[in-house]
Write a protein that binds this ligand. Sequence first.
Ligand SMILES: [Zn+2]
Ligand SMILES: [Zn+2]
Length: 332
Amino acid sequence: MAKCSICGGPAVAYIRYQRRYLCDRHFVEYVESKIRRAISRYKMIRQGYRVLVPVSGGKDSATVLTALSKLSREFGFEVVALHIDLGIGDYSVKSKEASIKAANKLGVPLIVVSVKEITGYTIPELARKARRPVCSVCGLVKRYIINLVAVELGADAVALGHNADDLAVYSMKSFITQDLSNISKLGPKTESIKGLAVGRIRPLYEVYEKESYLYALLTETPFLHEECPNVDFSSMENRLKVHINSLEEEKPGVKITMLRNMAKRIRDYPKPQLPISRCRHCGLLSSGDECSFCRLTKRITGQPLGPRAREVVRSLVASLQLAPRQDSAYKS
Ligand SMILES: [Zn+2]
Ligand SMILES: [Zn+2]
C-alpha cells in the first residue's frame, strides 16, 4: 500500500502533477491550502466580508461551504449559505435535504428559497410555459435569486463552486465559439456593481473535480451523489471535458497552468458590452429597463415577479437575525 509522502500513513490519494501520495489528513490540508492560496493570490476575500455560498447539494458547493466555514475564522469573514429549491422532482427534494444537513453540521446560517413559492411554478413548469430549454431557464432563475439574496444580505462576495475542470472546459468552449468576452467573466473573481450586483469568487479555481469530490467525502460533508436529471452528456461541454481530461492525463497540471495564465491576462479579454442599468420593476442589475427574470415571469404570469421575489427574500433574510451591515458597499 502506498504511503503518505509527508507522514508515512496510509495514502488515500496520489497527486499526479506533484508526484506525491497523501493520507486523509494531509489530503484535506492540501486542498485547504490550495483554497487559502487562491483566496490570497486572487484577493477574493477581505477581513470583515460577508460571503454568500450557494449550495446545490452537490460535491463542489459542499466543498466550498466546508472549506470557507473553516477558513472564515482564520481570515475573519462571515459565511451564509443559500439553497434554491428548483422543484425538479425527487432530485430537488434530496438536494435540499443534503444542503440543510451540511449547513447544520457546520453551524452556518442557511436561507432556503423556493422557486415555486416565488413564481407559483417549478423550474420544469416555467421552462414549459416559456417554451425554452430547462437548463437555460434554470440558469437564469438561479443567477437572479443568488444575486438578489446577496444584495439583500449586504454580502461582499458570492462564492461559486466551479472547479478547475469546469473552468478549463468553459474557457475552451468560449475560445472555440470565440465568445471572448465570456472568458473575462470566468476568472477567479468578478467585481461588484454597487446596489445592483454582488461580485463572484471561485475558491476552487485551482482545485480539480476529483479533489473536490474526495475532500467532501473525507470531511464527511453531506452531499448528493446523483446529478441533475437534465444534464446533457452529449453537450459541447461534456465532449470537451473528455478531451481535456485526456490531455491532462498526458500532461499533468496543464489545466492549472492554463487557468493561472488566463487569470494573469484576464484584463486583456474584451469586457461584455452590455449597458449596465437598473430594472424598473425590481431595481436589480439589468441590460435594459427590464431584467431577464422580470421579463420571463411577466411573459408567463402577466406580472413581473422580481418585486415579489425581493419581498420573500427580504423576510427570509430578516428571519436569520444577522448583525446589520452598515459598512457594506453594496446596499442600495
Ligand atoms: Zn500524511
Ligand atoms: Zn427585475
